[in-house]
Design a protein around this ligand. Structure first.
Ligand SMILES: NC(=O)c1ccc[n+]([C@@H]2O[C@H](COP(=O)([O-])OP(=O)(O)OC[C@H]3O[C@@H](n4cnc5c(N)ncnc54)[C@H](O)[C@@H]3O)[C@@H](O)[C@H]2O)c1
Length: 441
C-alpha cells in the first residue's frame, strides 16, 4: 500500500478501535492510538493483544511500525488531523446510550490555539451514538471555544469474530458530515477499500447504524417466534428458514433460530433506538416486542429442560459455550449469563466450558464449575445445552459424550448440531423450533 497516507488518531482501543487502527495501518497510515486504560496501552506497547479477534494479532504485528500507543490525546493531536472516536457507549439503566466516554473525549480535546490549527483537525465518530449526538457535540465544541474543529459521523458495522475481514471488505462506508474537508478526508482514507459509499448528513448517518442493528435484531426475534410456533405445529424452522431465505427480498442471513441475541451491540442499540424514539415523543412499538421476545427466548431453555427432566433441583446441567457468539471472547449480554443464573436459582448444578471466553466469564459468572475442556464439562451431566456454537462443540464425538453423561438430553440452543448423529449415539436431541428426536434403537 502507499506510504504517503495521512496519519490518523484512534481514541479507544477496544474491539472497534484496535481493528480500525490496525486496518488503517495496513492501508498505509501511521496510526496514533489513545486509551485511558494505561494497562491496556502498556500491553499493546509490549505487543500483546488484549482481546481475542481472529487475525487481529497478525495484522497488528505486521504493521507494528505504523502503530503508536499513548494515554494522552495530545499525542494523537500532535500527529493526526482526523481523530477516530471508538470509545464505548454502553446502556444506562434506563436503556439510553451512556455517552460519558464520548463526552470525556470531547472535553479532552484541548482548545487548539490558532484558527488554522483548529481548522486542520476533526473528530470522526465511530462509536454508536443516538441521532442528534453529532449536532449536540458541535454545540458543545462551540461553547468550549473549539469551533472550527470538524465533525464527521462514520458509524462502524464490523462484526466481532470477523472484524478484520469486515474492515477490509465493508458492505458500505457511511460518512455523514456538513460538507467540508473532514468528510472528504474520511472518504479518501476508505478509498482503497472500494466499498459502496453513503455520503450523507450527520443525523442520517447516525440513524443508519441504529436502524441497521435494530432491523437485524428484529429479523432474529421474528425467526425465533416462528420457531416457537413451529414447535407447537410440527414444522421444522430450519426448513422454513431455508424456504423463506431463498426469496431474495428476505435472504438467508439472520434467519437462524436460537436462544436469542446478545453481545455488545444488538441489545444496547435496540434499546437505545427505542429510548431515542420515546424521548422524541414516538412510541416504537415493534422494538418493545423485539426486546421482549429475545428475553423470553433465553428463558425458554429452562422450560425445555424442565419438560424433559422435571424439577431441576440437584440436576447437573452442562453449558457448552459462554461467549455471546463463536470466535470472540466478548461476554457482554451473552445468553450464558442469564442461563447460568436461572439454572442455579432453580437448584441445578452448572458445569461450563468455553475455549476462549473463560477469563472474562469468571469475572461475571459465580457458583458454576469451570471445566478444563468440553468433555470435562459434560462429565456426569443430566443435560448438555449448546449455548455458543464453537466449531469444536459441533465436531464433538457424540458417542464419547453419551458415555460421559449421566442423562441423555442434548439441547441445541443454536440449531448447529447434527441431530441424526446425536440420536444415533443414543441421546435425545432437542433444538429450537424443530421438535425432539430420540434414538429408538
Ligand atoms: N464491538 C462491536 O462489535 C462494535 C461494532 C460496531 C460498533 N460498535 C460501537 O463502537 C463503540 C466501541 O465499541 P467496542 O466494542 O470497541 O468497545 P470496547 O469497550 O471494547 O472499547 C472501548 C475502549 O475505549 C476506551 N475508553 C473509554 N473512555 C475513553 C476515553 N475517554 N479516552 C480514551 N479511551 C477511552 C476503553 O478503555 C476501551 O478500551 C461502541 O459505541 C459500540 O457500540 C461496536
Amino acid at each position: 500500500m502507499s506510504d504517503d497516507r495521512h496519519p490518523i488518531g484512534v481514541i479507544g482501543t477496544g474491539y472497534v478501535g484496535l481493528v480500525t487502527a490496525a486496518g488503517f495501518a495496513q492501508l498505509g497510515s501511521d496510526v496514533h492510538c489513545v486509551d485511558i486504560d494505561a494497562d491496556k496501552i502498556a500491553r499493546l506497547e509490549a505487543g500483546e493483544i488484549p482481546i481475542y479477534e481472529p487475525g487481529l494479532a497478525e495484522m497488528v504485528a505486521a504493521n507494528r511500525a505504523r502503530l503508536h500507543f499513548s494515554t494522552d490525546i495530545s499525542d494523537a493531536l500532535a500527529h493526526a488531523r482526523l481523530l477516530f472516536v471508538a470509545v464505548g457507549t454502553p446502556p444506562t439503566y434506563s436503556g439510553d446510550a451512556d455517552l460519558t466516554a464520548v463526552r470525556a473525549v470531547v472535553d479532552a480535546v484541548p482548545a487548539l490555539s490558532t484558527r488554522s490549527e483548529r481548522q486542520r483537525h476533526a473528530l470522526v465518530m465511530k462509536s454508536t451514538v443516538p441521532v442528534g449526538t453529532g449536532a449536540s457535540i458541535k454545540r458543545v465544541l462551540a461553547e468550549q471555544g473549539k469551533q472550527g474543529l470538524g465533525y464527521v459521523s462514520c458509524p462502524e458495522f464490523l462484526k466481532e469474530g470477523t472484524a478484520v475481514e469486515d474492515f477490509l471488505n465493508p458492505d458500505r462506508v457511511v460518512v455523514g458530515d456538513d460538507g467540508g474537508w473532514a468528510g472528504d478526508a474520511v472518504v479518501d482514507l476508505y478509498a482503497p477499500l472500494d466499498a459502496a459509499l453513503v455520503r450523507t448528513d450527520i443525523a442520517s448517518a447516525e440513524m443508519v447504524k441504529l436502524a441497521s442493528n435494530a432491523f437485524l435484531a428484529t429479523k432474529i426475534s421474528f425467526i425465533n417466534e416462528i420457531a416457537n410456533v413451529c414447535e407447537e405445529t410440527g414444522a421444522d424452522v430450519i426448513e422454513v428458514a431455508r424456504g423463506m431465505g431463498l426469496d431474495d427480498r428476505i435472504g438467508q442471513k439472520f434467519l437462524q433460530a436460537g436462544i436469542g441475541f446478545g453481545g455488545s451491540c444488538f441489545p444496547k442499540d435496540v434499546s437505545a433506538l427505542k429510548q431515542l424514539a420515546g424521548n422524541s415523543g414516538y412510541h416504537f412499538q415493534l422494538l418493545n416486542a423485539v426486546i421482549e421476545v429475545n428475553e423470553l427466548q433465553k428463558r425458554r431453555v429452562i422450560s425445555k429442560l424442565q419438560k424433559h427432566l422435571g424439577s431441576l433441583v440437584g440436576r447437573t446441567i452442562c453449558l457448552l459455550g459462554l461467549a455471546f457468539k463463536p470466535n470472540t471472547d466478548d461476554m457482554r449480554e451473552a445468553s450464558s449469563l442469564v442461563l447460568s443464573a436461572r439454572l442455579q436459582a432453580d437448584g441445578a448444578k452448572v458445569r461450563v466450558y468455553d475455549p476462549i471466553a473463560e477469563e472474562e466469564a469468571r469475572r461475571l459468572i459465580r457458583g458454576v464449575h469451570f471445566a478444563s475442556d468440553a468433555l470435562d464439562a459434560i462429565d456426569g451431566a443430566d443435560a448438555v445445552v449448546l449455548v455458543t456454537e464453537w466449531r469444536e462443540f459441533v465436531d464433538l464425538d457424540w458417542n464419547d459424550v453419551a458415555s460421559r453423561m449421566a442423562g441423555k438430553l442434548v439441547l441445541d440452543g443454536r440449531n448447529a448440531l447434527d441431530r441424526a448423529t446425536i440420536a444415533a449415539a443414543g441421546l435425545t436431541y432437542e433444538g429450537i423450533g424443530r421438535g425432539t428426536l430420540t434414538c429408538l434403537g
